[in-house]
Design a protein around this ligand. Sequence first.
Ligand SMILES: Cc1ncc(COP(=O)(O)O)c(C=O)c1O
Length: 477
Amino acid sequence: MEFTQLPEKGLLYNKVLSIMKQYGINDANWKKGKTFSLVYHRDDEHTKFLQKAFDLYFDENGLNPMAFKSLKQFEYEVVKMTAQMLHAGNDACGTMTSGGTESCLLAVKTYRDMARELRPQIKKPELIVPESIHVAFEKAAEYFDVKIIHAPLDKDFKVNVTAVEKLINRNTILIVGSAPCYPYGVIDPIDSLSTIAIRKKLPLHVDACLGGFLLPFVEKLGYEIPPFDFRVEGVTSMSADVHKYGFSAKGASVIVYRNMQYLRHQFFIYEDWRGGVFASPALLGTRPGGTIAAAWAAMVSQGEEGYLHNAKTIMETTKKIQKGIKSIKGMEILGTPHMSVFAYRSIDPDVNTFAIGDILEKKGWHVDRLQRPDALHAMITPVHAKVVQQFINDVKNAFEHVKKNPHLAYEGSAAMYGMISHIPMRKMIRNNILKMMEGMYGPTGQIPDLSMEEDTKEDIAMKAGKFYLKLRDKFRR
Ligand SMILES: Cc1ncc(COP(=O)(O)O)c(C=O)c1O
């Protein structure tokens, strides 16, 4: 069934709900612990509770805090509790946002606007990020016209601090580090970045979208966690997602600043609008009351004890899975991840990592692929506690199967991912992805098949060949 125009008469609610269930039958099976990103599920009881909390404020709109003082109070308390968790001190302030991306976008906008006010001589602002930074900062740079400068990583996948310092110039408006970064789950050396930031009088944002609601508790459990939060003097702001390890409903993140001196640059005010004087604290106009209320409910219902309990389960599960992967001769975990997010890959030259990914996919696992270097990605949540051995066995079997069938590297989506990650012509990749998106969001709404069509493969290979010939001719001349 497909609706491409409104049904003449509305369908009965029950009918609608049953059709909706049908739409989801081929979705990734997160309930059985088969996904390693996208869904953060604590347990069914908690989800039902969140739905009720959401429901209580389903219709309310955080756009106008004067009309819905409840939402303003929830938001204030969510920000305060987050700030306290991250040791931000009494002057800390901030706002809730719709998610990690919005928090990261806002960090860049805030410091750009702060530089516009305090350092008006800067015409082309620049921000310095580790190469492992979340892509939301690339988006922010593009949206807000700030030049993004990538600092290389050391062998341990942490940003090279000396390189960061060398990249600072008179246009630099911001340094960013991650706690931890998405690809490898590694925390950047925040204290060293802080030393530089203080010396150069620059703000330092720590992207703790992933770690903000987990690291404080992992640390309390006794795991060794390097300094990453406001206890580090030079940290001026942090982003932390309630809808990830805070186990709230989707659409909830927090950006916390050390004090109002920074946050004030995040606000948008337009006093001459015909619709009335307008002021908003973050990117959105309408702000769904349900997500704000559910975030508050998630935090208050779990408390320190609940979050510690989650952290214990998550870390123990992570360690077991990592141990299982490391026990496969020919596989490794990249770097030394600090929490439950990590990358793993084959180091056997005959075993293609993406081909392992394809086999896992066939077994129903939904695994994300990384590039530079090629690797598979895992983000562990409580649902994975019950699939530890099954997952390790499947990775082991997949590894052995690819070892016996190395040609699998050139088939299925392994070919596609391999090509995408290694082909030097990034513009061509971009164009192909653009084409795919035009298909997906165009009039026919096609979902692409990621296993590579023969003609696409040939097309790319041909273009790659032509490119090399051109390059060769150029250098001959
Ligand atoms: C470190 C980090 N920052 C930012 C984000 C963006 O968060 P969201 O997907 O909620 O927009 C993510 C998402 O995984 C992340 O891992």
